[in-house]
Design a protein around this ligand. Structure first.
Ligand code: DC
Length: 225
């Protein structure tokens, strides 16, 4: 068991496309602690439900599915955790637009969130973490030593995503991307369980106009170990 002094949990919450996951991964690397991507967990369950062609609006069925699913992480050499779904490495499969656009069904299901919260807390019990998501500072790790709310102007988030997709040979319509981003924001901010919200004791870090490393530098200046 880690002592309170050794047990460091840093939460990064914020809207989609604000660069949270790359920032969180780099921050964890600099601090030599583990990075936990909680969005990947919601994505993995969505992938399973899609493969099973389930009715995604059936919250009871989604909760039962979560109870019968094993989402685990394999610790990698660089300190991050690679997600596995019932033993299968799904790191790539959970990044498709189909999964991205359907994860909100799983994310708004109370029964699923209860399980996810418990799994995330268990992962943070015996290790120091940088964890990113929507509810990490408000619900999951309320006592985290440091909480950040990583924000970014919506237009910049759209442009970043557009460039990322173009770079991997997947150009998309910019207007469609903008509409999808605004739709995801709306769903994240308004769901009744675990909505995206800045924790009262979180520090806002605006990444607009900053690079990933610039954002990490900003956060590092606020951390005193
Ligand atoms: O961070 P991301 O884009 O990979 O998240 C995928 C989805 O999961 C997104 O719809 C928001 C949701 N999510 C959530 O509800 N709670 C979290 N802690 C993390 C992600």
């Amino acid at each position: 068991m880690l002592t309170p002094a050794e047990h460091l949990v840093i939460t990064l919450d914020g809207p989609a496309g604000a660069g949270k996951s790359t920032v969180a991964k780099s921050l964890a690397g600099r601090l030599g602690i583990t990075y936990l991507d909680t969005g990947a967990m919601y994505r993995a369950l969505t992938l399973k439900a899609l493969r099973l062609k389930m009715d995604l609006s059936d919250e009871e069925a989604l909760t039962a599915l979560a109870r019968n699913t094993k989402i685990t992480f394999k610790e990698t050499a660089d300190g991050s955790l690679d997600i596995t779904l019932d033993g299968e490495d799904v790191a790539k499969a959970i990044r498709t637009p189909e999964v991205t656009n359907n994860t909100f069904y799983v994310a708004k299901t109370a029964g699923v969130r209860t399980l996810m919260v418990a799994w995330q807390r268990a992962l943070g019990e015996n290790r120091s973490l940088v964890t990113d998501g929507r509810d990490q500072g408000t619900v999951v790790f309320k006592d985290a030593r440091y909480k950040f709310y990583v924000d970014c102007d919506v237009e910049e988030r759209v442009q970043r995503r557009y460039k990322e997709l173009a770079a991997v040979g997947k150009p998309v319509d910019l207007d469609q991307l903008r509409a999808d981003m605004k739709d995801r924001d709306q769903k994240d901010f308004t769901r009744s369980v675990g909505p995206l919200k800045k924790a009262k004791d979180a520090i806002t870090v605006d990444s607009t106009g900053l690079t990933v490393e610039g954002t990490v530098d900003k956060i590092m200046k606020l951390i005193h170990l």
